[in-house]
Design a binder for this molecule. Structure first.
Ligand SMILES: [Zn+2]
Length: 285
């Protein structure tokens, strides 16, 4: 999220970033009327008042008067920016997937892979699990969904938005480290009580960060490959995990107790990623 040229850091599409985005959009354009909307597919928003901005997981739903809603999903690339009319944009116009003009303010969404007008504002988020940041947190429902999930490992389970919406890669890594859990541990090996602790740890970390400016946030393992674990001093490691090859940062000493049970971790070497992003070793099997 960038607001009037002030950068809030790189787009990290975690649930807490979407909450910040929603709060900024609400504050600047909530209750205002769209005077222009581009591209052409969004032209029906012209003349409509923005009634609400609701984040769910990594989705953002902007409800306009007359029953029309704009659904955007940021995935890895998208971000909403707010500019004053005439202010220079921080990204080129060709990357804009939505441009909404409200008298002196322009809301621009860059590179969102999903941008659609919907009549039923609940539909785009109907499949999602309970939001990690919402009060009250529906933890029982999260655990119930987790037990039906096909995500094979804890690292993949935490990112499964159908189980619990809003946890991204950063808080996946941080919560697993906080509870000394191996990201490659089969989800079924963790009992309900420890699984509850894991989701609560992710929620606590994310809620704490809602109050901390992004530039001042510090992480224990995420983004710290090769640097010492804050708990034991062992160098933090990084590996790609699961079919999506999401990068998992972890302490091999604090979190390594299930090394033999890794379905997608090779026995020796392979798929290790160094801090420059280069993979070493041979692919498994
Ligand atoms: Zn450690």
């Amino acid at each position: 999220m960038s607001s009037s040229g002030r950068s809030a850091g790189p787009c990290l599409p975690e649930g807490d970033t979407i909450w910040r985005t929603a709060a900024a959009l609400r504050q600047r354009i909530g209750g205002k009327v769209v005077s222009d909307a581009r591209p052409h597919a969004l032209a029906r928003l012209r003349g409509r008042r923005l009634e609400s901005v609701e984040p769910t997981g990594k989705h953002l739903v902007m409800q306009f008067e007359g029953g029309l809603a704009l659904h955007s999903h940021m995935r890895m690339t998208g971000s909403w920016h707010l500019y004053r009319t005439g202010e220079r944009w921080r990204q080129p116009e060709r990357r804009a997937t939505a441009v909404l003009t409200f008298d002196e303010v322009v809301a621009v969404c860059f590179a969102a892979p999903v941008m659609e007008l919907v009549v039923d504002a609940g539909r785009p988020v109907a499949h999602l699990g309970p939001d990690i940041l919402v009060d009250p947190f529906e933890l029982d429902e999260v655990i119930r969904r987790a037990r039906h999930s096909e995500a094979p490992t804890l690292g993949e389970l935490l990112l499964e938005q159908r189980v619990c919406a809003g946890i991204g890669n950063i808080y996946k890594c941080e919560a697993l480290w906080a509870l000394r859990l191996d990201a490659w541990m089969p989800s079924a090996n963790l009992d309900d009580e420890r699984l509850r602790h894991l989701y609560l740890a992710a929620r606590d970390l994310m809620r704490r960060n809602l109050l901390t400016p992004i530039a001042r946030q510090r992480h224990a393992v995420h983004g710290r490959s090769g640097r010492p674990c804050p708990r034991c001093g062992t160098p933090i490691r990084i590996r790609a995990q699961g079919q999506q090859a999401r990068l998992t940062y972890f302490c091999p000493r604090c979190q390594g107790e299930h090394l033999s049970a890794h379905p997608d971790r090779p026995q020796q070497g392979g798929r290790e990623i160094f801090s420059n992003g280069r993979r070493s070793g041979s692919r498994r099997r």
